[in-house]
Design a protein around this ligand. Structure first.
Ligand SMILES: Nc1ncnc2c1ncn2[C@@H]1O[C@H](COP(=O)(O)OP(=O)(O)OP(=O)(O)O)[C@@H](O)[C@H]1O
Ligand SMILES: O=C(O)C1=C[C@@H](O)[C@@H](O)[C@H](O)C1
Ligand SMILES: [Mg+2]
Length: 168
């Protein structure tokens, strides 16, 4: 049986946080493409960007998504830029499992990520990135979940309902 769920969305939308909380609530294993990339490279994401540029990181990330999807059951958190690659968008759009786009307002992204330095692209003109990616998240996902002002437990309950919908 397919028990998989993928979380996509912009930096700070809560993909990592909610994947961990959903994994804890369900006992399902969690795979985060950012962690898979860092583990395979034995480097942090910032180090990979510095050494290989964004292009090198994207190649590694595309491989990590394919790897994560080989696991079942699996709760899969992606990096915020997974949809920048046409190959990943096509892969996600073709999945017969829940692909949930997490959204959050720009003001709340700022609040959540203020002071962080571990996301190289958050240090740049991220509102322009968000605008460019918006249509790609939409075409890659089959569920939408707004996280703005909502607690992690409430959001986990929504994700569990999406998983159960699929199972039922
Ligand atoms: N529902 C929420 N309410 C308040 N804060 C949240 C919520 N979800 C996540 N956060 C906080 O926002 C920050 C970013 O969350 P997280 O790392 O899960 O985002 P992400 O979507 O995985 O980002 P990235 O694309 O960079 O991996 C964390 O400090 C986290 O605690
Ligand atoms: O939105 C992005 O492009 C990124 C998001 C993070 O999850 C990391 O994958 C990395 O910092 C790039
Ligand atoms: Mg994350």
């Amino acid at each position: 049986m397919m028990t998989q769920l993928v979380l996509i969305g912009f930096m700070g939308a809560g993909k990592t946080t909610l994947s961990q909380a959903l994994g804890a609530a369900t006992g399902l294993p969690v795979y985060d493409t950012d962690d898979l990339v860092a583990a395979a490279a034995h480097q942090t994401i910032a180090e990979i960007f510095a050494a290989e540029g964004e292009a090198g990181f994207r190649q590694r990330e595309t491989a990590a998504l394919a790897e994560a999807l080989r696991h079942d059951p699996a709760i899969i958190a992606t990096g915020g830029g997974i949809v920048t690659q046409a190959e990943n968008r096509a892969r996600l759009a073709a999945l017969a499992i829940p692909v949930v786009q997490l959204t959050v307002t720009p003001a709340e992204i700022n609040r959540r990520l203020a002071g962080t330095t571990d996301r190289p692209l958050f240090q740049e003109n991220w509102p322009a990135l968000l605008a460019a990616r918006q249509p790609w998240y939409a075409t890659s996902a089959n569920h939408l979940l707004d996280t703005t002002g909502r607690s992690v437990p409430a959001l986990v309950a929504e994700l569990q309902a999406i998983l159960n919908e699929k199972a039922g």
